[in-house]
Design a binder for this molecule. Structure first.
Ligand code: ZN
Length: 446
């Protein structure tokens, strides 16, 4: 029996190239986490960079570890991706998985793993293992066995950060009916005074990088949850209804990508809950206002899903090796999805890049915008699409493109300067976001 067990363990080691036990799998308090991230940076100095997006209420840095062949630089046509962990301080598995994932990327890169090398060369990867380091310390002082369901969930002022983003959904749902703006919705007045320091830091981070794809790692259930989180009719209490984005099919596919690559998420029955295929629409589960994933979709180009990764919010260290093996392939495969759909450059007649062009896909009421360098990224499922690029001062340009299942299809646009009478371009209402409706607070895992 013991020999058999040993063989299984050896098999696991061979599979991962990592020891299945030992100091690798410990919980990391703040100082330990910072040490671990800087250790990765020292091990892989040419493909990593550490930066802070800001500080928590108690002054802890929100450190991001970046992987890229040119750290610190946006290269045109290279998409930006982010993973965010530990937004709820007591949901700690995401934090540990992202530390481990960082070590894994570095080790595999050094070992010449082709898949990982390619990923790092073709993608700019940003990893924020803890968005709520203050809450984590509160939870960690209790430890895994004693941690209550809510102790350490909020930040140091006990504010739930996943209920703290500006609410853009009400405005979106209004615009849908009135043909208003369908992306990059305006923030409310004085929004900076209405959010916590951690939320402010993360919003400024989103403003600084043109993120294309993201996941936010939580715990308390096992399911891949996709937008919208907020129900279209927030006033109906206790009712759960699917609240689809215009990219619903794509979001379902992104969520399925994670759940099927995860060792057991797709099996539907987990933690006493049933989620078909291991995925759920946020509002279809329970409606939640001011969450981060809806904000990503409505305020930026970024598509974000929320991953619930463990029944136990604070699992014992002994559970971490199994969790890592269960999530490792899913973390890599989900990241690779940033390379699907279409991407390209928008130029003027003299081949100069046109920054901030709007890219619209016929039949999907959600535009994306190009970066300042003229590059754009639009995630799409395989199929044939009619795509239009437009920018102030230029005539719009439309092309038809076919997207396959593999790499993103390259589609460049060349915009002609508009004659004077055409200079008035599509004008979006500049109306400010009305203050949001009060919705009942539900404290599930998300
Ligand atoms: Zn959570």
């Amino acid at each position: 029996m013991q020999r058999w067990l040993g063989a299984v363990l050896l098999g696991l080691m061979g599979l991962t190239g990592l020891p299945a036990s030992g100091s690798d799998f410990q919980h990391h308090r703040y100082e330990d986490m910072v040490r671990a991230l800087f250790a990765v940076q020292r091990q892989c100095p040419y493909v990593t960079r550490i930066y802070s997006v800001g500080r928590s209420v108690e002054g802890r840095h929100l450190y991001v570890l970046e992987f890229s062949d040119h750290p610190g630089v946006h290269e045109a046509l290279e998409p930006e991706f982010k993973y965010v962990g530990n937004m709820h301080g007591n949901e700690v598995l995401g934090r540990e998985l992202l530390i481990k994932f960082s070590e894994f990327l570095c080790e595999e890169y050094r070992a010449g793993n082709q898949r990982i090398t390619r990923l790092i060369h073709d993608t700019r990867i940003h990893i924020l293992p803890s968005m709520n380091p203050d809450g984590y310390e509160v939870a960690a002082r209790q430890g895994p066995e004693l941690n209550g369901y809510l102790v350490g969930r909020g930040n140091a002022r006990d504010v739930d950060l996943n209920r703290n983003f500006p609410d853009l959904n009400a405005l979106m749902y209004y615009y849908e009916k009135n043909k208003g703006r369908n992306h990059h919705l305006p923030l409310p007045d004085n929004w900076e005074q209405q959010v916590e320091p951690e939320t402010l830091a993360v919003i400024k981070w989103m403003q600084s990088y043109n993120f294309v794809l993201s996941a936010n790692l939580h715990g308390g259930a096992v399911v891949a949850n996709y937008p919208f989180d907020k129900s279209r009719d927030a006033r109906v209490r206790g009712r759960s209804t699917h609240s689809a984005t215009p990219d619903d099919r794509l979001f379902r596919q992104l969520a399925r990508t994670y759940s099927y690559a995860h060792s057991w998420m797709h099996k539907a029955w987990n933690c006493g809950d049933f989620f078909e295929e291991g995925i759920t629409n946020g509002a279809g589960w329970y409606s939640l206002s001011k969450g981060m994933q809806d904000f990503n979709y409505l305020y930026t180009n970024c598509f974000e899903i929320t991953l619930e990764l463990s029944c136990d919010k604070f699992p014992p260290a002994s559970a971490l090796p199994r969790e890592w093996l269960g999530n490792r392939e899913a973390l890599v495969l989900y990241l690779e999805q940033v390379h699907h759909g279409i991407k390209g450059m928008v130029y003027d007649e003299n081949n100069n890049p046109v920054g901030k062009a709007e890219i619209s896909v016929a039949g999907i009421n959600h535009d994306v915008t190009g970066g300042v360098e003229g590059d754009y990224f639009r995630l799409l499922l395989p199929g044939t699409y009619t795509v239009t690029a437009s920018a102030p001062g230029y005539l719009p340009s439309t092309s038809t493109v076919t997207v396959g299942p593999a790499e993103a299809t390259r589609l460049d646009f060349y915009l002609k300067t508009a004659p004077k009478q055409h200079l008035k371009v599509k004008h979006h209402s500049g109306k400010r976001n009305p203050s949001s409706l009060k919705a009942p607070l539900k404290l599930g895992p998300r």
